[in-house]
Design a protein around this ligand. Structure first.
Ligand SMILES: [Zn+2]
Length: 53
């Protein structure tokens, strides 16, 4: 499988403010499971698209 393009997002935790870059698949996982660092619930507003350079 070849991924030509992967969406990139910056995730900012709504609870503690830790931030890191994720791809679309990771974004869905965070929305489903919450923040992997502190366990806070994650909504779509916690993500900023990095699609533009
Ligand atoms: Zn967190």
């Amino acid at each position: 499988m070849t991924q030509i393009h992967t969406d990139r997002f910056e995730f900012v935790c709504p609870e503690r403010g830790e931030a890191f870059e994720v791809d679309g698949e990771m974004r869905r996982a965070l929305l489903a499971s919450g923040c992997p660092v502190c366990g806070a619930p994650v909504s779509e507003t916690a993500f900023v698209s990095l699609s533009s350079p």
